[in-house]
Design a protein. Structure first.
Length: 334
């Protein structure tokens, strides 16, 4: 950790120097700093900026940071710390926030348990954001021997796609990132697994939403409903979808249609609440929705997997809960 802290301070210094000279936001300076380091420490110059003195300062800092001397996870930790520092300085919109590692680890655990691994398995993050969720899943699965994964990420925000690209490069992953609206026809192949920390709210383009069965009868449609439906169509037969959703996903009156669509094309296999203490209030608590597309050897699990993850630090309770998931899996998918 001392090594990470030292490197973080150097990166923070580089970001501040670049921001002051180029007159840009902290987030833009962060993206430029990591892009420079990933380009063998070459400082990108546009319209004469940064100036020569700044280039020399940055080059020296990049040499001290030396990304090549760090492991993949250490590099990812540096990006996380740097992003959190930027969040403190600037008011970042909600959809620019990182998905916490804890959620990535839990999703990776569920993928490992429920998905049959084979080389070349295709995994898509439908709302890739900063890329932290996908990178956390990748790192965890690689540690379990899951090599040769084909990864895809989609987002309609160019800043987030830039961050996801940096995250992918730091993890030495050949993730194919697509800058597009995830509600229209996707520019990626059919996949075996879809994940996503789904945005919550209304989708503003009613004409596009009208092509979906989960579209609202009146007014705007819920974007997370549309994305879950889109995921079902993008999955291969028997494929799995795992999504971070509001805890009360099926409590809204409109949720009846979502449930009908899930049951039409797939199976609702589980709904696991994330630890309440991870969230600022009970109203903001999230869950992991587990669905499986029909076809192949897919079938409805009985019973549906329900429960709430204990905090990881409550080791005995956490291990007990994982054992319950193992028993449910053995009962339904052995």
């Amino acid at each position: 950790m001392s090594k990470i802290e030292e490197k973080f301070q150097l990166i923070n210094e580089a970001i501040e120097i670049l921001q002051a000279n180029v007159k840009c936001s902290s987030l833009d300076a962060l993206i430029e700093t990591f892009d420079n380091m990933l380009d063998n420490g070459n400082v990108h110059v546009e319209d004469g900026l940064p100036d020569e003195e700044t280039i020399q300062k940055l080059t020296k800092l990049y040499q001290q940071i030396d990304l090549a001397s760090l492991s993949k996870e250490e590099r990812r930790a540096l990006l996380q710390l740097s992003l959190l520092q930027v969040y403190k300085k600037e008011k970042i919109q909600a959809n620019h926030q990182m998905t916490p590692d804890t959620i990535g680890f839990l999703l990776a655990y569920l993928i490992e348990k429920l998905v049959t691994y084979k080389p070349g398995i295709k995994l898509l993050d439908l709302t890739v954001g900063t890329g932290n969720l996908l990178s956390a899943i990748l790192g965890t699965l690689e540690n379990k021997g899951w090599d040769d994964l084909a990864l895809y990420g989609i987002d309609n925000d160019d800043t987030l796609i830039s961050l996801a690209s940096i995250s992918s490069q730091l993890m030495e992953s050949d993730t194919k990132l697509v800058h597009q609206d995830a509600i229209i026809d996707l520019q990626v192949p059919q996949v075996d697994v879809v994940v996503g920390d789904l945005p919550i709210g209304y989708y503003p383009l009613d004409e596009r939403a009208s092509a979906f069965e989960t579209t609202a009868k009146q007014g705007h449609s819920y974007v997370h409903y549309l994305l879950i439906e889109q995921a079902l169509h993008q999955l291969n037969d028997g494929g799995w979808g795992m999504f971070v959703v509001p805890k009360g996903l099926f409590e809204a009156p409109e949720a009846k249609k979502l449930l009908e669509v899930i049951q039409k094309y797939g199976y609702l296999q589980g709904l696991l609440n994330l630890p309440q203490k991870l969230f600022v209030s009970e109203n903001s608590q999230k869950s992991i929705l587990i669905i499986q597309k029909q076809g192949a050897t897919a079938k409805q699990a009985k019973p549906i997997l329900l429960g709430e993850f204990p905090l990881m630090k409550d080791r005995a309770e956490f291990v007990k809960f994982l054992a319950e998931i193992d028993a449910w899996k053995a009962q339904n998918f052995s």
